[in-house]
Design a protein around this ligand. Sequence first.
Ligand SMILES: [Zn+2]
Length: 368
Amino acid sequence: MKLSPLILLALIVPSLCSGFGNPAKKDTASAMVVYDAQVSFLPQADFSSNYYNEIIDSLVMLDTVPVSLVNQLSIYKTLASKKEVELPAVIDSIFDSREVTQTSLNAVNIFMAAIERAVVKPTGFELYIPLDDSPYPANTLYSNWNTQVPNPFRNSLAKFDTTLTLLLVDSLANCGFHTPFDGVVTSRFGWRYGRNHNGIDIDLEVWDPVHSAFPGVVRVARYYKGFGRVVVVRHYNGLETLYAHLHRFKVKPGDIVEAGDIVGLGGSSGNSTGSHLHFEVRFQGVPIKPSQIINFRTNQLRSSVINLRKSGAFLVAVPETREYEVKKGDYLYQVARTFGISVEKLCAMNGLKSTESLKVGQKLIVGT
Ligand SMILES: [Zn+2]
């Protein structure tokens, strides 16, 4: 459906001229955005059904009634009159009881994208770390809380005969990660000067704030040999991150930190020439190449889920892409709901328009 300028006008003109005069209604009308074949709502859209009645009334009085748009608005109206908990059942009934038209697909997808809060949390993630009531993160994995030594763990790589899947952040909450320091990487992970460099170096100035990459609990904050002033944070998914050569501490062992909390100020303490941050990521003491997890150019995680695989003396973090094969009767909103992502995000990840129908057997990326 290509919206003609007439329809565009139909939405704008009534909101300004014909009985839509009071400010509250003007606000709701302005929340509707029409462009090309898409009708969408800004997040603050008011979904009261009176609003839809008024728009529909004004549309059906036009010389050329935009039937498809009226149908679409009728679906919004139906959805708007329901409580959030009733929505999944109502949507299912729309798809069960009627011929599923492009209009209804579009309407449901757009409506659900606008009220993202209705998306339920995913239950399919298998996290490697069992929860227990210890105050220390991933305690079942380590059963060791050493506040003195940054890496007291024996290299336990022999145990890694299977691939481990770790959830790095909660993709729905869109939080739980902060780059340790936004700066130029001056030395990478790997063999250097006849020994392994188990982290990366990021250039910084003395006193620059250094941030915890993920939420967790501070295990070490002390001066330790070549690391100088070093902070180690244990995270809930079992990873540990290490921040070395600090000039000042901003945390102490046992402190609970969120992603982005300042653990210290950058410097050049310990075995360091020039101020920089030495940053490590480890899992049970085994180093992981930080750039496999974090893109240091964009300061974003490469993926919210990683698979850890054994490779030589290291663990390799492989971003996990989750794929879903479309079954008969699937539709965008339902797939998005199943995997706990918004329709908008699902469309963006797959280069789809929210108006597109899914084909049986089509592969969709449903998470990274
Ligand atoms: Zn280093």
